[in-house]
Design a protein around this ligand. Sequence first.
Ligand code: SF4
Length: 433
Amino acid sequence: MKPTILLVNPPIYDFTAYDFWLKPYGLLRVGGLLRDHTDLYLFDYMDRNQPDFDRTLAAKTTQWGCGPYIKTKIRKPEIFSKIPRFFYRFGRKNEMFRNVLHSKKHLDFVCIQTSLTYWYPGVKEVIDDVRRIHPRATIVLGGFYATCCPSHAAALGADLVIRDSALSPLFERLQLPIPQGFTLPAWDLYPALSTGVIKLTQGCPFGCSYCYVPQSKVAFATRPVEECLEELDFLVGLGCTNIAFYDDALLYRPHEVLFPFLEAAIQRQYPVHFHTPNALHARFLTSEIAQLMIKAGVKTFYLGFESRSATFHGPSGGKVVSDDLVAAVEHLRRAGADMNCVTAYEMLGHPRFAAQQLEGSMRFAAQLGIRVMLSDFSPIPGTPDGELCRGIVDLDEPLSHNKTAFPILFLGSETVSYYKDLCRELNRTVRAK
Ligand code: SF4
């Protein structure tokens, strides 16, 4: 008899959450490996296409498929008592999940996707429900929180914690060989799909000091383009009209996979829009890449631009300097990009805040006629910049990595509000141009 496996994408506990093309891609890829050998099911708490999703919120979905989640205001964890913000549980109702658990006579494995470290209360909620209703099911955690905080994750009550993509322990427990060769992610488990994600590469060759990717030791590699195109065909066939690239270094070594992928997408003339929520490297955004991306249907461009200050860039990995950003924006403009859909990410609350010269950097990006988005700094343990924050917060408690809370604790609420207001103001000016 085939083992019965339930894949779960948990709810989110946080001050804010927004569907910015969030999909449990790692979990779905594991699902793809399991598909032929198991009875496989999916429960995605964050699926905005479900019939139980609030219709008024669904109406707020943007033309690119992003939008708000259902949320319930809840009591703030004690650690956030000094943060002057409301705290919520985001995602579908817990009773929907319990109904699914009750509907299954038997469950052998429950595989739970974990994401940001400080979202672990949602993982715990899922574990507690599974333990109560299917006490004999083997609970498996994988994903970023499991990789970054394995001991903490194990203490939540899981039977198996998978770090990085080391899937052998899971397949050993299942007494199945790991399938060799390519399998499609289990997107077909969704009853309806309008947005999807894809990765053409794995890993990142750069070493930004605030990022966990270099610590994970996953070597950069491009995927075979035929596999990527098969995934694209699959997503389009299932109804996706917006697809986000989840790559950490999409523009690196573009001749190996990005160029042939975009050329094939142009040829196929799919009615699909592509997006780049993981920051693109402005330095690698050449005129050739800009033209191909626009022609292939890439609609939104997010460029990493932490600071225009050379003092900041020295120790932080030197990702993008001002000249790179100017050149990238010019290439996009000439290729015909909608400048309202070009955004520079800038970090708020970085421990070397003074060196970052944030206001000047924000104004610099806005003067180029593009939008600015503040990405709140999250201190990730094990990264050089995260470790700088040990004196400010208790890094061993993952809630303290929260990206809304940390900048407020570090800079104070007034300073944070000042930069958020400035950001809104700059973006208003850009829109008006
Ligand atoms: S380029 Fe992006 S993924 Fe790579 S190390 Fe820097 S922040 Fe991390």
